[in-house]
Every structure is written in C-alpha cells, then in structure tokens.
Design a protein around this ligand. Structure first.
Ligand code: ADP
Length: 326
C-alpha cells in the first residue's frame, strides 16, 4: 500500500488528477482488500481445522465421529446447534410421554377403583350379617358378580388396546360374508337389545356380501358399535340399523341408531381412550371407556378409517369401509 502511495505520489504531476488514475487506484484498493480476505479466510480455516483436530479427542462422539475428520469451527458450531436441537426435542418427547403415562395410569386406576370399591362394600355388608338375609345375600352376590364382570371387561380391553398399540396383534385376513356376521352379532346381542326394547335391523340390497378382513376383529368392531348403540339409545322405541352397501372395490358399513346422540363439540374426542361424554347423562354400566378406541385401532390395522356423524338427542351414525372380496 505504502509502495502504491509512493509510486502514485511520484507520478502526481502526470496522472494524479486524471479519471484513469482514480479508477486504477480504486481497483487496486478493492483487489488488495479481496486478496486480504481470501488469505485470511484460508489461514483461519487452516488453523481452525488444526484446533478442532486437537480438540476432537475431548468432543462427544455425536459431534466428531472420527478423530481424523477435517472440520472447521463453523461446522463444529453447526453440529453443536443440531445436537442441542435434537436433545431439546427428545426432552420434549420424554416430557410428553411422561404426562401421557401419568394420565394413562390415572385413568386405569380410576376405572378399576369403581368396581373394586363396590365389591369391597358388598362384601363388608355381607360379613356384617347381610349374609343371613337371603334376599340381601342374593342381591349383593349378583352385584358382586356384575362388578367382577366389569373388572374383567376393563382388563380384557386394556390388554387388547395395549397389544394393538404395540403392533403385537397380527391380522388373520380371510374371506367372509359380512351380512352373515352382522346377523350372528345380532343374535349375540339379542338379549341386551330385548332388555332395552331395542330392535336390531340389517339393511342391504344383497343377500351376501363377501369382504376380506380379520373376521374375529371385525366381530369385535360390530359388538362394540352395536352394543354402544343399544346402550346409548335412551328412548322408548329404540332402533339400531346396520346398513351394508357395495361400492366399487369396497363395502360401506354404517351403524345407525336413533339414540341420545353426541354433541358436535365432543364428537372428535370419543375415540380417545377412556373418553366419556357422561356428565349429567347416566354412564353405561359395564363399559370400559375403551370400546371406540379399540374399534379405531382395529380399523386402522385394516388401513381403514371410522367416521361418526351425530345429531344431539336424535341419533348417531358410525361408518367405515372394508375391502370387498374379488
Ligand atoms: P364406553 O365404555 O363408555 O361405552 P366407548 O369408547 O365405547 O366407551 O364410547 C365412548 C363414549 O362415546 C361413550 O361413553 C358415549 O358417551 C359415547 N358414545 C359411543 N357410542 C355412542 C352412541 N351410539 N350414541 C351416543 N353416544 C355414544
């Protein structure tokens, strides 16, 4: 630079005031600046790589996997920031899992407590002399039996949902007549329906409709949906209709009731585990709060979805599809 000034200074009389001289001077300054930058960058990179190499023995493996790795300070900084981000999201996930676990255990113990406390109460009354009164004895034994049944239903559903969520349940797909299966489920739930003055009806245009699915699991889907429809009917002339229609390569199944319906704001939540709508309405006896969650899981395992439409105090319709047999 000094040299340039001296050179230019000595030539002052000739060139100093000309535009050519000024342009040349400007270009020279820019060039020197650029060369400086490049040289500094190269030097900085060279020394930073050297420093990082020296440090690599102390750095965690997630940052530097290989001690001979040639990385700059900038790259090192980026790796630290990525690792930090990853750890933050892992912590968030763990926190979420922890709160889910707490909620789950809370729900399970809440569900188990009710029947267990009832059994305890009945047993105490029987022990305190109730056993000598035949009417009380029979009534309480029957109630104990109901509570035990409820406990078994909860534990069976819990086991089923855990296995479904862990992906431990494999589907055994076969070809079967879905209309026939619906009739079999109607026979199974006939007594329940009769007790609640509910008529069960199948609506279809075809005497037989063959589908490809896991028959036993789809039976569970029908049992859960139809028994809910019977239990949440809550009216004199309750009616449950199961409609089957053939679409292109699918079979559409709808379970329709004219029961109490579900308020629109809570509709999206009814498939959650243990979610119950009941506040003022009487809760279904014997339900585990897992029925619809199981239905959703089973259909998802078949790559199908379940949808629900409901008009509060008028009725509810659950719909899903199954693969039509070729
Ligand atoms: P539950 O054991 O309580 O029946 P589910 O998972 O089967 O558990 O159902 C969740 C909630 O969805 C029920 O508590 C009930 O409030 C509501 N529900 C399900 N089916 C119907 C229906 N057909 N009509 C009205 N409400 C329903």
């Amino acid at each position: 630079m000094l040299l340039l000034v001296v050179v230019f200074d000595s030539l002052k009389d000739i060139y100093y005031e000309t535009p050519l001289f000024k342009t040349g001077l400007f270009i020279c300054i820019v060039l020197i600046f650029l060369i400086n930058c490049v040289v500094l960058e190269l030097l900085f990179n060279y020394y930073s790589r050297k420093q990082v190499k020296g440090l690599s023995g102390f750095l965690p493996q997630e940052i530097v996997q290989n001690q001979d790795e040639n990385i700059t300070i900038k790259e090192l900084g980026e790796r630290f920031s990525d690792l930090n981000q990853q750890q933050v999201s892992e912590i968030d996930m763990m926190k979420e899992m922890e709160s889910y676990r707490k909620e789950y255990i809370g729900n399970v113990s809440h569900e188990l407590k009710t029947p267990l406390f009832s059994i305890q109460g009945y047993v105490e009354t029987l022990r305190d002399g109730g056993v000598d009164n035949l009417t009380i004895r029979d009534k309480y034994l029957e109630r104990i039996d109901k509570s035990v049944e409820r406990l078994i239903a909860i534990v069976t559903d819990l086991d089923m949902i855990n296995r479904l969520e862990a992906g431990e349940i494999n589907l055994t797909v076969s070809k079967f007549d879905v209309n026939l299966l619906i009739k079999e489920i109607f026979d199974l739930l006939d007594l329940e329906a009769e007790k609640r003055n509910t008529t069960l009806q199948i609506q279809t245009l075809h005497p037989q409709i063959f589908v490809e699915a896991d028959k036993q699991k789809i039976s569970q889907v029908f049992i859960n949906l139809i028994s809910n429809a019977i239990h949440y009917a809550n009216r004199q002339e309750a009616k449950v209709i199961v409609k089957t229609s053939v679409l292109k390569n699918k079979v559409l199944i709808e379970v329709i009731d004219n029961g109490m319906g579900i308020k629109s704001e809570i509709l999206p939540r009814i498939f959650e585990r243990f979610y119950r709508v009941e506040t003022s309405r009487s809760r279904r006896e014997g339900g585990s709060g897992l029925g619809l969650a199981i239905v959703k899981h089973i259909l998802e395992a078949h790559n199908e979805n379940i949808t629900v439409e409901s008009v509060y105090l008028e009725g509810t319709k659950f719909s899903f599809m199954l693969e039509k047999s070729k």
